[in-house]
Design a protein around this ligand. Structure first.
Ligand SMILES: *Cc1c(COP(=O)(O)O)cnc(C)c1O
Length: 469
C-alpha cells in the first residue's frame, strides 16, 4: 500500500482540497463555506473565532449535518423495507465506536437510529444519553461477564455473540440474573470488502465471528436453540469498512439468507432478523469515487433481500444495518494551527514542504494505522501563492506521524495559519491517544451560529491526575 505511494512522484499525487460545495457527498460537511475574505466557516461560525475561543487542535462537528445524515438513514431504510415493498421493516443502528458522546448518542437517537456499542464504556455513554436499552446492541469478540451483565440488566435488545464459549457465558449470566438474553450470531460469510473491491473466500483467518463455511455458525445456532436462557433474535454479518462497491453486501446478504433458510428447513425456526452490518464508504479526499447515499444503499439491499427470499421461498426477515463512519465522518473536521514549515529536497529533484501542525497521530491515527488518505485546506485566509507539494505532519516523535500524506497547499503557508482537515468525524476522537503525553482535543458542536463544547479539551493536569507517583 505505502509502496505504491512511494513509487509515484509526489507532484502527481498532490491535489488541492476540493472547495466546500454544500453537498452531502463532498468531503466537507454541508454548512462549510469559504467567506469573501477566504476564511472557512462552519454553520455560520468563522473557524478563526472557533480557534480563538477554544484553541487548536479541535474537532468541529456540524450538528445539523450529522443529524441530517442520521435521519437520512432512518428514512431511507424505513421506506425501502416497508411492508408495502414486500419486506418486513428495518432498523438502523449507529455504530458508536465511530464516535460516541452523550450528545451525539442523543442526537442520532432523536433522528430515529438505535445504537450499537462494543464495550461497557460505549454502553454507558448510550445509557447516559437515555437511549432505551431495547434500542441498544452490544458487540465484541471478548465481552466480559461484567459487560454481559450490564447489558442484560439494562435490557439491551441484542447481544451479538461471537464464539461458542461466549454462548455458554451469556447463558450463565442470564441464568444468574433470571432473564432471557436476546442474542444474534455473528456469522463470517467469507466476504471481505474495503474501498472499491470485495473478496470472497471460504475460510476466514481473523478474530471475529463464526464461520459459515466451517459449520461453526450453524453449531452456534443449535447451541443457542438448546438454551432456555437464550432467545435467538437474529443472524449478523459485517464485511468491512469504507466500502464503496455495494456488490460485497449483496453476496454476503445472499449467503446469510441462505443460512437462515437452511436453519428453518432443519429446525423449523425461521430467524426473525438479519443484520447486514455497516461499512459504507465516505469521501475523504474527493478522489475516491462518489459515496453511496443512504437511499441508494437501502434500495440495493432491499432489492437483494427481496430477490434472495423469493428464490429461497422464505418470508423476508426484519433487516438491520450498522453505519458508523457514514453517519459522523463527513460531519466533522479537525482544525489545526500550523507551526514549523520546512521544505525538504527529494531524490527526484523535486521538493516537499513539511507542514507541522499542533496535533497529529494522537488525534488521527488512521493515516499511520491504515495509510488512510485525507486532504487539508488553508482555513484562516485566502492565498494566491503558487501551490507546493506538501505533507501535513504532527508534533509527535515518530516519522510516521502523518496527517495528510500528499496535498497541494499555497506556497506561503506559514506559522500561525489555520489548517482544516475534513471528514475526521469518525475514528478521530474515538481512536485518539495521549502519545507523548499530548492531551486530547475537544469536540465542539457548531449549529446555527453557535459553538457548544461536547467533550472538553483534556489538560496535562487530567493526565497527571492518573499518575499516582
Ligand atoms: C466497525 C463496525 C461497524 C461500523 O463500520 P463503519 O465503517 O464505521 O460503518 C458496524 N458493525 C460492526 C460489527 C463493526 O465492527
Amino acid at each position: 500500500m505505502s509502496g505504491a505511494h512511494a513509487a509515484a512522484a509526489p507532484q502527481e499525487l498532490a491535489r488541492t482540497a476540493p472547495e466546500p460545495d454544500g453537498t452531502p457527498a463532498g468531503v466537507w460537511s454541508t454548512s462549510v463555506r469559504r467567506g469573501e475574505d477566504g476564511a472557512l466557516s462552519v454553520a455560520g461560525v468563522d473557524v478563526r473565532a472557533i480557534a480563538a475561543e477554544h484553541g487548536t487542535p479541535a474537532y468541529v462537528v456540524d450538528e445539523a449535518d450529522l443529524r441530517a445524515r442520521a435521519r437520512a438513514f432512518a428514512v431511507a431504510f424505513d421506506a425501502a423495507f416497508a411492508p408495502a415493498e414486500g419486506l418486513a421493516g428495518a432498523d438502523v443502528y449507529y455504530a458508536g465506536k465511530a464516535f460516541l458522546s452523550v450528545a451525539v448518542a442523543r442526537w442520532v437517537h432523536e433522528e430515529g437510529l438505535r445504537i450499537d456499542t462494543s464495550t461497557g464504556g460505549e454502553l454507558a455513554v448510550a445509557l447516559r444519553a437515555q437511549v432505551p436499552g431495547a434500542h441498544i446492541g452490544l458487540h465484541g469478540n471478548n465481552k466480559s461477564a461484567g459487560e454481559i451483565a450490564a447489558a442484560l440488566t439494562h435490557g439491551v435488545g441484542r447481544l451479538v455473540v461471537d464464539s461458542l464459549p461466549e454462548i455458554e457465558k451469556v447463558a450463565a449470566v442470564a441464568a444468574e440474573l433470571g432473564v432471557r438474553a436476546p442474542v444474534m450470531v455473528r456469522v463470517t460469510t467469507g466476504v471481505h470488502a474495503g474501498g472499491h473491491e470485495f473478496i470472497a473466500t471460504a475460510h476466514e483467518d481473523q478474530k471475529f465471528g463464526l464461520s459459515l463455511a466451517s459449520g461453526a455458525a450453524r453449531a452456534a445456532v443449535d447451541a443457542i436453540l438448546a438454551h432456555e436462557e437464550l432467545e435467538l433474535v437474529g443472524l449478523h454479518s459485517h464485511i468491512g469498512s469504507q466500502i464503496l462497491d455495494l456488490a460485497g453486501f449483496e453476496v454476503a446478504a445472499r449467503a446469510i439468507l441462505g443460512l437462515r433458510a437452511e436453519i428453518a428447513a432443519d429446525t423449523g425456526v425461521l430467524v426473525g432478523e438479519v443484520d447486514l452490518g455497516g461499512g459504507y464508504g465516505i469521501a475523504y479526499t474527493g478522489t475516491e469515487g462518489a459515496p453511496n447515499a443512504p437511499g441508494a444503499v437501502a434500495a440495493a439491499l432491499a432489492d437483494v433481500v427481496r430477490r434472495a427470499c423469493a428464490d429461497l421461498g422464505t418470508a423476508p426477515p426484519r433487516i438491520s444495518v450498522e453505519p458508523g463512519r457514514s453517519v459522523v465522518g463527513p460531519s466533522g473536521l479537525t482544525l489545526y494551527t500550523v507551526g514549523t514549515v520546512k521544505p525538504v529536497a527529494l531524490d527526484d529533484g523535486g521538493s516537499r514542504t513539511y507542514v507541522s501542525v499542533d496535533g497529529g497521530m494522537s488525534d488521527n491515527i488512521r493515516p499511520a494505522l491504515y495509510q488512510a488518505d485525507y486532504t487539508a485546506a488553508l482555513a484562516s485566509r485566502a492565498s494566491r501563492a503558487e501551490p507546493v507539494t506538501a505533507r501535513v505532519v504532527g508534533k509527535h516523535c515518530e516519522s510516521g506521524d502523518i496527517v495528510v500524506r500528499h496535498v497541494a497547499l499555497p506556497g506561503d503557508v506559514a506559522d500561525g495559519d489555520l489548517l482544516a482537515v475534513p471528514a475526521t468525524g469518525a475514528y478521530g476522537r474515538s481512536m485518539a491517544s495521549n502519545y507523548n503525553m499530548v492531551p486530547r482535543p475537544p469536540v465542539l458542536a457548531v449549529d446555527d451560529g453557535t459553538v457548544r463544547v461536547l467533550v472538553r479539551r483534556e489538560t496535562v493536569d487530567d493526565l497527571l491526575a492518573l499518575d499516582l507517583g
